[in-house]
Ligand binder design. Structure first.
Ligand SMILES: Nc1ncnc2c1ncn2[C@@H]1O[C@H](COP(=O)(O)OP(=O)(O)O)[C@@H](O)[C@H]1O
Ligand SMILES: [Mg+2]
Length: 210
């Protein structure tokens, strides 16, 4: 179910594909166009969800089970949707979110092997039906993304996973785009920041009702 008034855009893709960079770039463009924009991220976006984020990304928690991970992401998302995303959409705002439920499908589903039915239950519980209008998957080879991500700071618990894990995640995002091509748009993330920003803007422009 999509909220009647606002517009919900999510950015997805492997580590270092350029999500945070492109969320900022699109925010600048949309604000210039006069839109009321809320920028947020997952896991996190509220104090409770940011606390859960630090549990999830802590390298000390190497023994975390896939089901625990799934439920913690879902718990953070439930708080984030209720406290930030749904109220903003209800108020008619454009919400840009750096990762959302598709990351759970790709990481805990394709990456960790949690059953699709179980992931679907977690999505239902966490989102209450609040779902993106458009999702941009920035696609890059995982080696390029990890090299970009690790250049800025040390790897977190998820970034530390094997190349094979990250490849399954990348494939998970591409599979989502094949399943739902109207919502999930794949954009080549290997170009320059400006090139990617232009592609994102034109992909969004045709879909944004003013
Ligand atoms: N198109 C690009 N080309 C080269 N470097 C980029 C590009 N987009 C982002 N970066 C850099 O790569 C790193 C990861 O980008 P970021 O936006 O944080 O990725 P993500 O949020 O997907 O992990 C940052 O240091 C960023 O400045
Ligand atoms: Mg980021």
């Amino acid at each position: 179910m999509t909220r009647a008034k606002g517009f919900f855009i999510t950015f997805e893709g492997v580590e270092g594909c350029g999500k945070s960079t492109q969320v900022r770039r699109l925010q600048e463009r949309l604000v210039r166009l006069g839109r009321d924009v809320v920028v947020t991220r997952e896991p996190g976006g509220t104090p409770v969800a940011e606390a859960i984020r630090s549990i999830l990304l802590d390298c000390a928690h190497a023994g975390m089970r896939p089901m625990t991970e799934l439920l913690l992401y879902a718990a953070a998302r439930a708080q984030h949707v209720a406290e930030v995303i749904a109220p903003a959409l209800d108020a008619g705002k454009t919400v840009l979110c750096d990762r959302f439920a598709d990351s759970t499908t790709a990481y805990q589903g394709a990456g960790r092997g949690v059953e699709p039915e179980t992931v679907a239950v977690a999505h239902r519980l966490a989102t209450g039906g609040v779902w993106p209008d458009i999702t941009i998957v920035l696609d890059v080879p995982v080696e390029l993304g990890l090299a970009r991500a690790n250049a800025s700071c040390g790897p977190d618990r998820i970034e530390q996973e094997s190349i094979e894990f990250h490849r399954r995640v990348r494939e998970g995002f591409l599979a989502l785009a094949r399943q739902d091509p109207r919502r999930v748009l794949v954009i080549d993330g290997t170009g320059s920041e400006d090139e990617v920003a232009d592609e994102v803007a034109s992909a969004i422009a045709s879909r944004l009702v003013s």
